[in-house]
Design a protein around this ligand. Structure first.
Ligand code: KIV
Ligand code: ZN
Length: 385
């Protein structure tokens, strides 16, 4: 039986921290409602103590969201927790996400502190948050570079204090997938009360490993993934929701599922990109403009013979109408013939040989040949439908 992986979306918090991506209250509420429809389990709506605007936005999202848990971020600071609890008080399912730096680098250079003090502050924060809400997630910031023995002690202590979820962020995107597997596996086997909480992955993408690390963590025992639409977030970004959701869907053999309605992925990607003024790179996995576009002759020929030759999922599954055959000077005869037939032209071998020579000459000149260019070419060659 497949196991559920809970999807925690932080587009509106970690994603929104990106310079130029700030959202106003209406935009945050609109995106939160769409994320709820997409099927995410938890929406991190913001960092309420950070500004009056963010407080109001978390409050408004809490009122608007119908199904998902709504979460607010805090530091391990009493006032942050009180403010978050106030902002979340109208949420149907509220969660406070509190935590503190856990790596030796953070402990020394951010807090000028030591393991015991950090552990005590973490435990106090969880206990304090529990006064306001039942569902408390603890983050051990920079867990990716933290001392593993200390991380296990900290995880055990915050679970004992009542944490329902323990988030182990690779805040700096440093870890490699096999290391992530080993680290989560270590915690699963060395934290005696680990079965009383869910371990969560929150991976940044500084080395381009965020999705791979997240899947590695899931394979080792994590059951929640913290992600953003289009992978937006601090620096090189967060783990991309669409990549993780589709990896788990395509690789059913891994034995996991999410509640994500995958056919909403491309539309919500466009919506987030437009609202946050953050373009999606053309070759972005799942939702990029070229994710289902075939341009070389070999690929086009194979794709036209049988789409599974070059596609591991259908475009419709992720909300894209159809695959694209892009006609360029690298295209082959099969693709040209196919496109001409779609336009209503019939071609035999001799005609196609003539057309192909002219097509290559045109494609070398204008790079990409669209349907209108093809029709003009047919006129010039005096070929009619
Ligand atoms: O990357 C990180 O460590 C975070 C935490 C605040 C959860 O975003
Ligand atoms: Zn983060």
């Amino acid at each position: 039986m497949s196991q559920q992986i809970y999807v925690f979306d932080t587009t509106l918090r970690d994603g929104e921290q990106v310079p130029g991506c700030q959202l106003n209250l209406e935009e945050k509420v609109m995106l939160a409602v769409e994320l709820d429809k997409l099927g995410v389990d938890i929406i991190e709506a913001g960092f309420p103590v950070s500004s009056p605007g963010d407080f109001k936005a978390v409050d408004a999202v809490s009122r608007a969201v119908q199904n998902a848990t709504v979460c607010g971020l805090t530091r391990a600071v009493k006032n942050d927790i009180e403010v978050a609890a106030e902002a979340l008080k109208h949420a149907k399912k509220p969660r406070i996400h509190t935590g503190i730096g856990a790596s030796d680098i953070h402990i020394k250079y951010k807090f000028n502190s030591n393991h015991d003090d950090i552990l005590e502050r973490g435990v106090e924060a969880v206990k304090y948050a529990k006064r306001f809400v039942e569902d408390v997630e603890f983050y051990a910031e920079d867990a990716g570079r933290a001392n593993l023995e200390f991380l296990a002690r900290l995880t055990e202590a915050v679970i004992k204090a009542g944490a329902t979820v323990v988030n182990l962020p690779d805040t700096t995107g440093y870890v490699l997938p096999h290391q992530m597997y080993d680290r989560i596996d270590y915690l699963m086997n060395n934290v005696p009360n680990v079965d009383k909480a869910i371990l969560s992955m929150h991976n940044h993408n500084d080395l381009g490993m965020a999705s791979a690390n997240t899947i590695a963590g899931v394979r080792a025992g994590a059951r929640q993934v913290e992600v953003t639409i289009n992978g937006i977030g601090e620096r090189a970004g967060n783990t991309s929701l669409e990549e993780v959701a589709m990896t788990l869907k395509v690789h059913k053999d891994l034995g996991f599922y999410t509640n994500i309605k995958s056919e909403m992925l491309a539309p919500i990607s466009h919506l987030v990109s437009k609202t946050m003024r953050m373009p999606v790179q053309a070759n972005k996995a799942i939702v990029g403009r070229n994710a289902f576009a075939h341009s070389s002759g070999i690929h086009q020929d194979g794709f036209l013979k049988h789409s599974e030759n070059y596609e591991i999922m259908t475009p419709q599954e992720v909300g894209i109408d159809k695959s694209d055959i892009v006609l360029t000077a690298r295209s082959g005869r099969h693709a040209i013939k196919h496109r001409l037939e779609l336009l209503g032209y019939s071609t035999d071998k001799d005609k196609l040989d003539v057309i192909y020579v002219q097509f290559l000459e045109l494609a070398d000149r204008i790079k990409e040949v669209n349907d209108r260019d093809l029709v003009v070419l047919m006129k010039e060659l005096e070929i009619t439908i």
